[in-house]
Structures are given as structure tokens and as C-alpha cells.
Design a protein around this ligand. Structure first.
Ligand SMILES: Nc1ncnc2c1ncn2[C@@H]1O[C@H](COP(=O)(O)OP(=O)(O)OP(=O)(O)O)[C@@H](O)[C@H]1O
Length: 295
């Protein structure tokens, strides 16, 4: 489906995967939910650039505009929306961006995971000789080997999500955009998916990762928080948690009503009591490494 882009300008640029300049997305007609609120602006982004190889965690409460933003970036806005402003994408063709949607059904075209992955590779025009190896790698990375020939309609929601991700992994896109890709997965599958995407990122893939799970954040990730269709925070995770009262309640995190993870709370309390923390620990291991030298 084509989005209704009347005044929006799309450009190619070769440096950043995504660059947005004074972009707004509005509903052409008010939805039942938005009735009476003309004009119904879903998203306003004054300036946003994603750098090559960057990992961006995109967070925000329900309805804050995360899916609208990733659909805008990936060219999947759908009908009935009006875009203004300038959006640049820094890759040559659509195949360079892989989008794992929140609901995988819309993305699956094959009748089995194997067929779906192979169809994706064919679409990308990859040489037939490379396909078996890419297929096996993608199945192994997502733990889907045993389900490769099971009809898609017999897969669980999480297994379908893994199939969609396997197709993206096999295709080797330069940019991966994942919209709550782990929300339907059990803990082990979620870990496998996160690990696999982190590996791809380590090899140079830029990643935009929409998540509600703070345990999926890692040091060095860039955090973008949306609130009511606007960017409320864009920065490092430490700054997101860095509350003035030492427990995070007055931090951006607290202001957004998100819970501060326990490990981070311990770090903030230690910092407030004057303990010298080089970094705010995000994991138990990081906490142990910070306090280890104090013995
Ligand atoms: N096609 C549309 N027409 C009108 N309004 C829409 C359309 N799509 C989304 N919206 C509205 O835009 C707002 C942002 O929605 P969006 O799905 O981007 O939020 P989100 O942050 O991804 O939410 P969630 O965490 O619940 O998935 C919501 O109020 C939603 O109802």
C-alpha cells in the first residue's frame, strides 16, 4: 500500500540510514478515537538522524507513535495518512531495509518457514547457489530447524515472528527495524532473537529496536523515547535514568512513568551515597564489576 504523501519529500542520501527534518504525520480523517481533535497529528519529528551501524532503542507508552515512526521509516505507513517534511533514506534499494512487524502474519508469504525464507531470497535476487547456506544459517539463528517445513498456519504467534526474523537475517539487509519483535516470544526465544540481532549489529547492521523491555537495553545503545507523538528523550541510557534524587524518580524514566530496574536502582542509591561508580550498572555483572574493586 502506498501512503498518501502530498507534501512530504523523500530523498536518497548515502550517509545516514534515516534522516528526518520537520516531519509530521497526520490522519487525513479523524478516527473514532481522535474525533473532534482536528487536525489529528500522530507524529511530529523536528530532527532525527540514525547513524550507520547505530543501535536505537525506541520506547514510549502505548499510542505514543512508535509504530507510526517505524512505518514512516520503512515506507509502510498505509493509506489515509498525510506526511509533511523531509525524509531521507541512506540505502540504495528497499531490499536494504528489513522490517519485522509487530504482527508477523502480514509479512509472511510462504506456506512454510523454509518456503518463506527462500521466497525472500529470490525476491532479493540472490544467486541460487548461496541460498541453501543462507537458509540454514537463518533457521539455525532462530532455532527454527525442526519447524522449517511446518505449515505457517500451524505455527504459534512467536514461531511466526521467528520466521519473519529468519527471512530478514537470511536477506542480509543493511538496516533492521524491529517493532516489538520479542513481545510474543517466550524468554528463551526472546533471548535468541536479541542475541542474533546483536550479532548482526556487531557485523555492522544498523538496528532500530522498538521494545517495552528494559532488560533488552545494552550500554552504548541510543535511547529515543516518544511521548504523545514527539521525541521526549534522545540520548544515552545513563542520562535516561540519572535522577536528581538518586533513585530515578525524577529522571526522564520516572517522569515517563516507567519503572527503574532494580539493578539500576541499586546503582543510583550507591551513587547518591557517594560511592564512585564509573557507569550506572545495567546488569548484575556490571554491578559486580563496579563494586569489585572496593574490597
Ligand atoms: N491510520 C491511522 N489513522 C489514525 N490514527 C492512527 C492511525 N494509526 C495509528 N493511529 C493513532 O496514532 C497514535 C500512535 O499510534 P502508534 O501505533 O504509532 O503507537 P505505538 O506507540 O506504536 O503504540 P503501541 O505501543 O500501543 O503499539 C495512536 O493514538 C493511534 O490510535
Amino acid at each position: 500500500m502506498q501512503s498518501e504523501v502530498e507534501e512530504g519529500e523523500e530523498k536518497m542520501n548515502c550517509t545516514s540510514p534515516f534522516s528526518l527534518d520537520n516531519v509530521t504525520v497526520q490522519a487525513s480523517r479523524p478516527t473514532a478515537e481522535l474525533e473532534g481533535e482536528e487536525p489529528s497529528t500522530l507524529l511530529t519529528v523536528e530532527a532525527l538522524q540514525v547513524q550507520p551501524g547505530e543501535w536505537v532503542q525506541l520506547i514510549g507508552p502505548n499510542g505514543s507513535g512508535k509504530t507510526t515512526l517505524v512505518r514512516l521509516l520503512t515506507g509502510h505507513l498505509g493509506t489515509g495518512l498525510h506526511v509533511q517534511g523531509q525524509l531521507s533514506r541512506g540505502f540504495a534499494g528497499e531490499e536494504e531495509i528489513a522490517y519485522v512487524m509487530q504482527h508477523p502474519d502480514a509479512a509472511l508469504v510462504g506456506s512454510t518457514p523454509r518456503e518463506d525464507i527462500l521466497m525472500g531470497l529470490e525476491l532479493r535476487g540472490l544467486p541460487a547457489a548461496r541460498m541453501p547456506q543462507l537458509l540454514e544459517l537463518a533457521l539455525a539463528s532462530t532455532g527454527l530447524e525442526a519447524l522449517a517445513d511446518r505449515p505457517i498456519e500451524q505455527l504459534s504467534g512467536g514461531q511466526k515472528q521467528l520466521t519473519a526474523l529468519a527471512g530478514c537475517i537470511a536477506g542480509g539487509a543493511q538496516v533492521l527495524v524491529l517493532d516489538e519483535a520479542t513481545s510474543m516470544l517466550d524468554a528463551e526465544s526472546a533471548r535468541l532473537v536479541l542475541y542474533t540481532v546483536r550479532e548482526l549489529h556487531g557485523a555492522g547492521t544498523a538496528v532500530v529496536w522498538v521494545t517495552h523491555r528494559q532488560e533488552e537495553w545494552a550500554r552504548g545503545d541510543r535511547l529515543i523515547a516518544l511521548q504523545k507523538g514527539r521525541i521526549a528523550f534522545d540520548g544515552a541510557i545513563d542520562d535516561f535514568y540519572g535522577g536528581t534524587d538518586g533513585c530515578g524518580a525524577q529522571s526522564v524514566c520516572g517522569a515517563m512513568g516507567l519503572p527503574v530496574p532494580e539493578i539500576v536502582q541499586v546503582g543510583l542509591h550507591l551513587r547518591a551515597r557517594g560511592y564512585p561508580l564509573q557507569v550506572l550498572p545495567l546488569t548484575a555483572l556490571e554491578l559486580a564489576e563496579e563494586v569489585g574493586p572496593w574490597r
